[in-house]
Design a protein around this ligand. Structure first.
Ligand code: HEC
Ligand code: HEC
Length: 273
């Protein structure tokens, strides 16, 4: 018997796209497959019925443009998520176009203006989670790229509200650090049009990067280009899982917050940010 996944494999081309609406996850079918669980619920074996949704390779620049425009109507998390999943919705219809995209608006300003995780990263990682069997390496590469790359790297095609000439390295996946560093370098206020425009370009940059990673993964050619920096790995070797202290967790760059370790601390080489 042909399984559903094999059947999907037969329709890998645009010609097969019309069939996808009927083949892609249907909540009622998913509920049945999930043995009575709510649609898309997690079964005891850790699997999720009808999930992830099938990914079809996208044009990274088209995604960036959609993300940019998405930012202008729904901010960063909405923009990056809609840039990617909205592109699939326009090309392939259901189920992508049934996604309640508006729920992503809460991610603005590092989630409800808490300036925690950058919304452009949040929306991108959520899109990868919706569309990939193996989203974590994508999030890892995206986040490490974001921490170390001068951004924003994408210039929108339409004339922007204001030209952005400053790029900065965030050294953090946090909205707070990312915005503050950029504002300091650009010498503008955090609620200025300049900062808003910079975040729109940043949203497009992140969505574009994510789709490049998703495309590479779909081709079986994904290779992490931004590993966790050596210094962070060293900190983690004592402080993270399995380390001698195991008193914290995380892959963020530690240095921006812990720049001054006590005199009792084991001596380690520090880079200067
Ligand atoms: C060789 C193991 C080792 C490595 C590597 C290491 N630590 Fe520690 N860390 C310790 C020990 C042991 C203590 C407790 C001693 C103390 O109170 O300073 C500690 C304490 C700390 C503390 C709490 C006390 C303080 O000094 O503020 C922080 C924060 C910390 N480490 C951060 C880091 C960061 C950031 C890095 C990487 C740059 C790092 N550690 C690398 C072993 C390590
Ligand atoms: C965004 C800022 C931030 C980043 C990034 C960060 N930390 Fe922390 N860390 C904190 C804060 C705040 C505390 C709580 C400090 C306190 O209350 O004493 C803390 C606590 C700790 C402690 C416990 C300190 C103690 O007094 O026992 C360790 C160890 C630590 N961090 C290690 C790390 C390591 C390793 C990394 C990188 C993988 C890291 N931190 C990244 C802000 C940060």
């Amino acid at each position: 018997m042909t399984t559903r996944r094999e059947a999907l494999g037969l329709f890998g081309t645009a010609a097969g796209a019309a069939f996808l609406g009927s083949l892609l996850p249907d909540p009622a079918a998913a509920e049945q497959a999930g043995g009575g669980l709510t649609a898309y619920g997690v079964a005891p074996d850790g699997k999720v019925a009808g999930f992830p949704w099938r990914y079809m390779k996208l044009d990274a620049d088209a995604v960036a443009e959609r993300a940019y425009k998405g930012f202008l109507s729904g901010h960063c998390m909405y923009g990056s998520f809609f840039g990617i999943v909205g592109e699939l919705a326009e090309k392939y219809g259901a189920p992508y176009n049934n996604f309640p995209f508006a729920m992503m608006k809460i991610g603005a300003g590092g989630m409800a203006d808490w300036a925690t995780l950058c919304g452009a990263l949040n929306g991108s990682a959520l899109a990868a989670s919706l569309l990939s069997n193996d989203p974590k390496p994508i999030a890892d590469d995206l986040f490490n790229w974001y921490q170390s790359e001068p951004l924003p790297s994408y210039h929108p095609k339409q004339t922007p509200r204001v030209e952005i000439t400053t790029k900065s390295v965030a050294h953090s996946p946090l909205c707070h650090a990312s915005v503050a560093r950029w504002c300091e370098k650009a010498n503008v206020k955090s609620f200025s049009t300049e900062r808003d425009e910079r975040c729109a370009w940043l949203t497009a940059s992140c969505a574009k990067k994510t789709v490049e990673l998703l495309n590479a993964q779909a081709d079986g050619a994904f290779k992490a280009a931004y590993p966790v920096p050596k210094e962070v790995q060293e900190c983690r070797s004592c402080h993270d899982k399995g380390g001698e202290l195991e008193d914290t967790r995380g892959k963020m760059d530690c240095a921006p917050c812990h720049f001054n370790l006590g005199t009792k601390h084991p001596i380690i080489e520090r880079k200067k940010i």
